[in-house]
Design a protein around this ligand. Structure first.
Ligand code: DGP
Length: 138
């Protein structure tokens, strides 16, 4: 039998969580290993792995809640800004779609380095990569 999903167990009430918001489709709760206090996770109640698994008709409500939480962590906690993040498969430690809303402050010490960067060159032309993505998008 496969291991039960941690976030499904939180949704089902089998594991405790500090809940921020609940509606028919979505649960938002505090991350138990917060980068900063107030670090919130938003999950669909139905199990799904990654963002593209979220049915199109559920997308507006999910991201409207993300927008509201962005404002709520900033206004409610007096944060200067926030970081909104979804890990899809790579760096995704819980294989249930979850969006992080992380309060940020000026000079808060978070080391978040998106690198190393890979510049385009003659062997790796920007237009070739763009065309492969455009083709997959069609
Ligand atoms: P990610 O690296 O994107 O997969 O982040 C998953 C986050 O989920 C991580 O910051 C810790 C959090 N997390 C994992 N298990 C639990 C849990 O049982 N309860 C709560 N509240 N958060 C959890």
């Amino acid at each position: 039998m496969s291991k039960p999903c941690t976030f499904c167990r939180i949704v089902a009430g089998e594991l405790p969580a500090t809940v921020i918001h609940e509606d028919d489709d979505t649960l938002a709760f505090l991350d138990h290993r917060p980068l900063f206090h107030g670090h919130t996770l938003v999950v669909p109640k139905v199990h799904m792995g990654i963002l593209s698994d979220l049915p199109g008709e559920k997308v507006p409500a999910f991201f409207t809640l993300a927008q509201r939480l962005e404002r709520a962590v900033e206004d409610g906690l007096g944060a200067d800004g926030s970081m909104i993040l979804i890990n899809n498969v790579i760096s995704q430690s819980v294989p249930h779609l979850h969006l992080h809303v992380i309060p940020r402050r000026v000079k808060d010490g978070l080391r978040f380095w998106l690198g190393p960067r890979h510049p385009y060159d003659d062997e790796h032309r920007a237009e070739d990569f763009a065309e492969r993505i455009r083709a997959a998008l069609r």
